[in-house]
Design a protein. Structure first.
Length: 653
């Protein structure tokens, strides 16, 4: 087909030109490909086949066909294969591209596989469907691959990883990096216990101190040689007298020097950190040479962190390394983490929530229950990427990221996390968020809040329910500020008198924008079914007119893999793009099974399942899933102190 100067052609051409590679239009300058396209007309005649675009990136041959209309992407037969009839070849983008790819793999000796791509739409609204066409001794195979968000996934800098993930089914670079860190955390978990008899929070404290020390320019691991004693008159150390220097002291000196070199951290916060780290100087096992290791445990841990971890911080990853170490360290203990309602938020959720409230470089972001600082790290990463210059980045790191944390051990982890990422000032408070007045945070211009409040704290004290955390956090924002929070589904139910009252108070002053039901495995192993709620502060909810978006995003593309945890199954990026297309009104072909818009009342259950009505006859599978969902929901309620919802209530006179 002659190359029409359509918006689609122009869009595709602009994207290809970003690759910086040679490409052909309406054919190929490669002699072998040009010969293969003879007789490849989509009209079934003997004419020459003329693909819209043909290019080679490294060893990958790419053939592209495009169509203007989004309903002309692909036509499948009843058995799900790509249709080969003439109307399909000429009328649908994928079918035409696959047709040309078949000719190339069949008639050339240089190319046994081709990435055939069909594209429809334009720069704003488009669909990009790749198909891998390959030839083997058994014949030709056509494998439909996950859709692309944009063509830049095939940029020369990205195509090797894209191919590894989508064709070879290997893990992405980011996933491999996370697996490496997870393995290191498991090793350290065992090492800290075996060589130093440490448990829980003390493990995280040791790691935090060492990571800070490793950033001090003059710090030298070789000087971690164990205890040093005063010398006798004959020059021999007198081991009967107190130690005058040891590895813990050397590490703490490096920490002090590093923090001092940053020059902006308040003295009171420095003292909190140093007090928390002080046991490194006095712990005997940490500072004595271990017979198995041949060095002190502190030397051994420091070397491992230098070799396997510190470079990840320098790569500016927004993966919460320390938080995930902490999660591993307390996973098997009964007193450190979950007993305090501490549930660490996965990386893909923190980044999703920063996007949901559109965190910008001009924003002042607060996490009022900041835990390890994961939300602040994701916010920092997004803000600095969007920043215009180095001065703006410096201001973001030193002034625009604020946190409050009640638990001293988590405060230590969060402070270390932020310092390691260049936030030398560390605007974190060791405090109870309920003790911080909204007027104070409003004076600090806080206009975005991201947080994950402690779970299950309201069983005996109703003021500590998740919904009251949300209410107080909203009062900390300036008018028009946005809040995104992840909580158990039960938080949005609000059946108790106190919770109903909190929900009512929220709507009297603030607006609920959306509630997103997310993957039940988001906090796998914890037994919680979460939702993300987004609010706008300082604007009373219009009960009569405001339609809230209720979204079912349980199928987000993340699955649990044994021994690994929660990973992307290859569809997460596509699913996330679809979510935002629906939210932003760029995708109209969604069903109420995915999103429902509805007005609300305080006494409603603010959940997609409450407003969604499925008028399709249920199948056996649907029935089984509904029962399973109900039992899971009931378990969630009981574990969060709301089992009373399932008890019969006598009518009050």
């Amino acid at each position: 087909m002659a190359n029409e100067a359509t918006a689609t052609d122009q869009y595709v051409r602009r994207e290809i030109e970003k690759f910086g590679v040679r490409y052909d239009e309406q054919g190929s300058s490669h002699p072998e490909i040009a010969k293969a396209l003879k007789g490849a007309s989509k009209q079934g005649k003997s004419g020459i086949g003329k693909p819209e675009f043909v290019m080679q990136i490294s060893d990958y041959l790419i053939v592209i066909e495009d169509k203007r209309d989004n309903d002309k992407l692909i036509n499948l037969t009843t058995d799900g294969s790509i249709a080969k009839d003439i109307p399909s070849l000429s009328g649908y983008a994928v079918n035409g591209a696959v047709h040309y790819a078949n000719h190339i793999v069949t008639k050339t000796s240089s190319f046994d596989e081709v990435i055939a791509i069909g594209i429809t739409g334009d720069e704003e609204f488009h669909s990009i469907q790749p198909v891998l066409v390959s030839i083997t001794e058994e014949g030709i195979t056509e494998e439909k691959l996950p859709k692309l968000i944009d063509l830049q996934e095939l940029h020369p800098d990205n195509i090797n990883e894209w191919y590894s993930v989508n064709v070879l089914k290997e893990y992405s670079i980011e996933q491999k990096r996370i697996f490496e860190l997870q393995n290191v955390s498991k090793e350290l978990h065992e090492d800290l216990r075996n060589y130093a008899s440490l448990e829980g929070e003390n493990k995280a404290t040791v790691i935090s101190a060492i990571l800070l020390a490793l950033n001090e320019e003059d710090f030298d691991i070789k000087k971690l040689t164990g205890n040093k004693y005063p010398k006798k008159t004959d020059g021999i150390e007198d081991t009967t007298r107190p130690v005058i220097d040891n590895d813990g002291m050397r590490i703490l000196k490096a920490v002090k020097d590093y923090i001092a070199s940053e020059g902006v951290m308040p003295e009171d916060k420095v003292n909190i950190l140093l007090t928390k780290f002080s046991f490194l100087e006095t712990n005997v096992r940490l500072n004595e040479k271990n017979g198995t290791l041949g060095v002190t445990p502190l030397h051994y841990f420091t070397k491992k962190l230098q070799d396997k971890v510190i470079h990840h911080f320098k790569q500016n990853t927004d993966y919460d390394i320390l938080g995930n170490f902490y999660g591993e360290f307390v996973k098997y203990g009964g007193s450190d983490g979950n007993g305090l309602g501490i549930v660490l938020t996965p990386h893909h959720i923190t980044t999703l929530m920063t996007e949901l409230i559109d965190v910008l470089p001009t924003d002042y972001v607060l996490d009022p229950a900041c835990g390890s600082g994961a939300f602040l790290i994701s916010a920092m990463n997004r803000m600095t990427k969007l920043a215009k210059n180095k001065d703006e980045i410096k201001h973001i790191k030193q002034h625009q990221l604020l946190g409050i944390e009640l638990q001293e051990k988590m405060f230590t982890v969060a402070t270390t996390n932020m310092i390691l990422r260049g936030d030398g000032k560390s605007n974190l408070q060791l405090n109870d968020m309920f003790s911080v007045a909204g007027e104070d945070t409003q004076k600090q211009k806080v206009n975005k809040i991201l947080f994950n409040p402690p779970y299950s704290q309201g069983k005996t004290d109703k003021t500590l329910t998740e919904i009251n955390f949300i209410r107080h956090a909203l009062d900390m924002l300036v008018t028009g500020g946005k809040l995104a929070v992840i909580v158990p589904q039960s938080t949005m139910v609000g059946k108790s008198k106190e919770e109903k009252e909190y929900k009512k108070k929220i709507l009297e002053k603030h607006t609920l924008d959306m509630v997103i039901t997310v993957n039940k495995d988001t906090f796998y192993g914890v037994g919680t079914n979460p939702v993300i709620a987004v609010f706008e502060a300082g604007k009373p909810h219009d009960i009569e007119r405001k339609k809230v978006k209720f979204i079912n995003f349980e199928e987000d593309g993340f699955v649990v893999r044994k021994h690994i945890g929660l990973i992307d199954d290859g569809t997460a990026k596509k699913n996330r793009r679809y979510l935002f297309d629906v939210i932003n009104g760029n995708e109209e072909n969604y069903t109420t099974k995915f999103m429902v818009k509805s007005t609300i009342q305080a006494e409603d259950e603010w959940l997609h399942s409450f407003y969604y009505f499925n008028d399709e006859p249920p199948s056996d599978t649907d029935f089984e899933k509904t029962v399973a969902d109900y039992l899971s929901f009931q378990f969630d309620m009981y574990t969060h102190g709301r089992g009373y919802l399932f008890e019969e209530v006598q009518d009050e006179e």
